[in-house]
Write a protein that binds this ligand. Structure first.
Ligand code: COA
Length: 325
């Protein structure tokens, strides 16, 4: 027995923040951002919207797409690094919004690799035979941890969410294989220093802007390319497939140049690599989920196709999987 995606959905907040808008906020230009990142605009949640609100909307769409009654969901896993609050988990908050009760709910902190981590955890629970229908949500409001005075990070990030209902597969379709990795030695290249138990919130931490994401961009860039190339090669080998068996690669949308470098290193043409970064920027865990949902809705992939998802993020974490539709 295996696991497959019974349904998928995504949700993006309405407000659009363009490169032109950013030109008025920091010393940057549409030309610089477009050339260095491929990003033209990103979505930003409203002051009253939190990650659970986005995740809830994506969940409704995934449940509808799966054609199941929500009561058949037996577990909720939420991948987020921007939870509504430290506790309770954002998964519990979404459970309540969905009107469900008395099923296990937990959050998963694997940054941009969170959706693929979540799918693999769901697959493992389903493979164990203990659960048969699991809701996996990837939701992040990166705008809430972005320093809009820091031009090196604020141009990159956006908000969004994706959700998938994962269920049993009795045939050869579904998640064929996955690969998860992490390396904590890189933790301080991409992190949010304060607000946790290491540096609890204080007047000083707020004044020093330590509740915002900090990043060593060029160092992250290099490891992102090598890690995602490696993750694709490892998962292909595990599944006994070659890159030519893959109809579409769906990489994390962090920087178009990173995506192009991955394609070049793997010798995969850009036509076989899904890109929507120009519209959304980097939505952390939600990026590959939203991309997967769009690829299906825009008929870039269809039943019978085999896709490869790959992502990379803070930790560092990385993950890849192969899904036959
Ligand atoms: N507008 C204009 N200039 C900017 C700028 C901006 N938004 N951001 C940085 N710069 C400047 C820098 O200050 C630097 O100026 P200097 O040479 O006078 O010091 C110059 O541009 C080059 O900076 P650098 O950091 O070397 O640029 P880069 O080509 O590496 O691009 C990133 C920067 C952030 C776009 C790129 O490193 C990147 O995408 N890294 C990976 C980020 C990522 O994917 N993170 C998430 C992983 S999940």
């Amino acid at each position: 027995m295996g696991a497959k995606l019974l349904g998928i959905g995504s949700y993006l907040p309405e407000k659009i923040l363009t490169n032109k808008d950013l030109e008025k906020m920091v010393d940057t230009s549409d030309e610089w951002i477009t050339t260095r990142t491929g990003i033209k605009e990103r979505r930003v949640s409203s002051p009253s919207q939190a990650s659970s609100d986005l995740g809830y909307q994506a969940s409704l769409k995934a449940i509808e797409n799966a054609g199941i009654v929500k009561e058949s969901i037996e577990m909720i896993i939420t991948a987020t690094i921007t939870p509504d609050m430290f506790f309770p988990s954002t998964a519990c908050i979404i459970q309540e919004k969905l009107g469900l009760d008395n099923i296990p709910c937990f959050d998963l902190s694997s940054a941009c690799a969170g959706f693929i981590y979540g799918l693999e955890i769901a697959r493992s629970f389903i493979d164990s035979g203990k659960y048969s229908t699991i809701l996996v949500i990837a939701t992040d409001c990166m705008s809430k941890v972005t320093d809009y005075t820091d031009r090196s990070t604020c141009i990159l990030l956006g908000d969004g969410s994706a959700a998938a209902v994962v269920g049993k597969s009795k045939d050869d379709i579904g998640i064929l294989d996955s690969y998860l990795g992490a390396s904590g030695k890189y933790a301080r290249l991409l992190y949010m220093p304060a607000g946790g138990s290491r540096q609890p919130a204080s007047i000083e931490t707020v004044t020093q802007r330590l509740h915002y994401m900090k990043m060593e961009g060029s160092a992250v860039y290099k490891v992102a390319v090598t890690s995602m190339v490696d993750a694709v090669n490892v998962v292909l080998k595990k599944a006994g497939l070659s890159k030519d068996d893959i109809s579409l690669f769906i990489p994390h949308q962090a920087n178009l140049r990173i995506i192009q470098a991955i394609g070049k290193t793997l010798d995969v043409p850009m036509e076989k690599i899904f890109v929507n970064i120009e519209k959304y920027g980097n939505m952390s865990a939600a990026s590959v989920g939203v991309a997967f949902d769009e690829a299906i809705r825009n008929e870039k992939i269809k039943n019978g196709d085999t896709i490869c998802m790959v992502s990379f993020g803070s930790g560092f974490t990385w993950a890849s999987n192969i899904i036959k539709l």
